[in-house]
Each structure stands twice: as structure tokens, then as C-alpha cells.
Design a protein around this ligand. Structure first.
Ligand code: ZN
Length: 74
């Protein structure tokens, strides 16, 4: 087993973000994004958003969660 600094993930779920409106950082075309929600041992939850270009330019990247509905609560 690899040992990393990451906490143990007990559950993870991927879902496509339908109202994502970010752009590909390589070619500027609208990108698609998928959110991965991970529940961690100990009770934490974290969400990672990975965007991928809709064109086959191959770009993918981690992005901040940015949607039209903007359910941002801090
Ligand atoms: Zn692209």
C-alpha cells in the first residue's frame, strides 16, 4: 500500500456539474466539470472539481467550483 498524507476516504461519489460554465484553459472552449465528493474517515467531507475540455484538446484541470447558481456559502 502507498502511504500518503491524504486522510482515508471511506466513500466517494462523482457527479457531473450541469451548470458549470468555466472554460478550457488551453483553448478557451466551454469545459465540462465533474465534482467528486469524498467522505473522509473521521467525518470530514471534501469536494474536488475537475474540469475537462469539451473539445478533444486533452485539457483537464482542477478548478474552483463555479456555477451559474452560485450556491456559495462561507
Ligand atoms: Zn480545450
Amino acid at each position: 500500500m502507498n502511504s500518503t498524507d491524504s486522510p482515508l476516504v471511506v466513500y466517494s461519489r462523482e457527479s457531473e456539474i450541469l451548470d458549470y460554465f468555466g472554460k478550457c484553459e488551453a483553448c478557451g472552449y466551454p469545459a465540462r466539470a465533474t465534482a467528486t465528493t469524498e467522505m473522509l474517515a473521521g467525518g470530514g467531507v471534501r469536494t474536488a472539481v475537475v474540469a475537462a475540455c469539451s473539445l478533444p484538446c486533452g485539457w483537464t484541470g482542477r478548478v474552483p467550483l463555479t456555477t451559474m447558481t452560485g450556491r456559495v456559502r462561507r
